[in-house]
Design a protein around this ligand. Structure first.
Ligand code: FFO
Ligand code: ATP
Length: 212
């Protein structure tokens, strides 16, 4: 599959299947999977500094709200994505427990106001992910556009349930691979994500000590 029209139609069908599958997970089973993901993320994200972009869950995504509260208590600065303009990069606005949220695009709650922050790490909910670390989202291209526009590359952590795996999403030039994928069963590090993202080699990304 090469042509974008073909890939786009295929992705649309995959989204439909994966989302229906996700929404059919029974409530107690979902709670178990959510807890397992929360436990993994607590191990991965202990730093009481830095700024992490999270999200307000909808359509059966992993619910990061318990994690958000505990990270906040640890002193981590959190932010939520806001679509300020269609087909433009996302803006991340600071979130703290109790702040005023208003319905954004698709009625997803977003901070009513607040300054834009640049996250060091982004938790990105996925509809699907593939064996090379590429993300299938809702078709808006928002995360890809945002990553392409950010001045510095944050760590991108894709979050989803095990049945969201796809062999390939048929990556296109605009698709940016994630660094880590966390599911209820495992954490997968995408070894060459950074290299594929910049088009360089992994070696070129390493700091080389001067004079030796
Ligand atoms: N919880 C959560 N919040 C999130 C995201 C997310 O994935 N999860 N987003 C992550 O991106 C952003 C919202 N994403 C959106 C993605 C697509 C469309 C949208 O309008 N889609 C078109 C279909 C496009 C196409 O198929 O060509 C539509 O529904 O008409 C809207 C919002 C920001 N907030
Ligand atoms: N950096 C970019 N600049 C301009 N357009 C982009 C960029 N990244 C993605 N797009 C466009 O956005 C659309 C994204 O489609 P794609 O199937 O990759 O979305 P997605 O990753 O599933 O969506 P989302 O990230 O919103 O959940 C495509 O039409 C693509 O051309």
């Amino acid at each position: 599959m090469q042509r974008w029209e073909e890939v786009r139609a295929w992705r649309k069908a995959q989204r439909k299947t994966l989302m229906a599958q996700r929404l059919s997970i029974p409530r107690d089973e979902r709670a178990r999977r959510d807890e397992a993901i929360t436990a993994r993320l607590r191990h991965l994200l202990p730093a009481p500094r830095g700024c992490i972009a999270v999200y307000w869950p909808f359509k059966g995504e992993y619910d990061p709200r318990p994690l958000m509260r505990s990270l906040h208590d640890l002193g981590v600065r959190l932010s939520l994505p806001v679509v300020v303009e269609r087909a433009r990069p996302l803006v991340f606005r600071e979130w703290r427990p109790g702040i005023h949220l208003v319905p954004g695009i698709w009625d997803i709650p977003v901070p009513a106001e607040g300054t834009a922050v640049l996250p060091d790490a982004i938790l990105a909910p996925v509809v699907g992910f593939d064996t090379q670390g590429y993300r299938l989202g809702y078709g808006g291209g928002y995360y890809d556009r945002t990553l392409a526009a950010l001045p510095e590359r944050p760590l991108v952590i894709g979050i989803g349930f095990e049945p969201s795996w796809l062999e390939t999403i048929h990556p296109q030039p605009h698709d940016i691979p994630m660094d880590l994928i966390v599911t209820e069963q495992r954490v997968i590090r995408i070894v060459d994500a950074a290299a594929r993202r910049t088009g360089g080699s992994p070696v070129a990304d390493c700091a080389v000590p001067k004079g030796g």
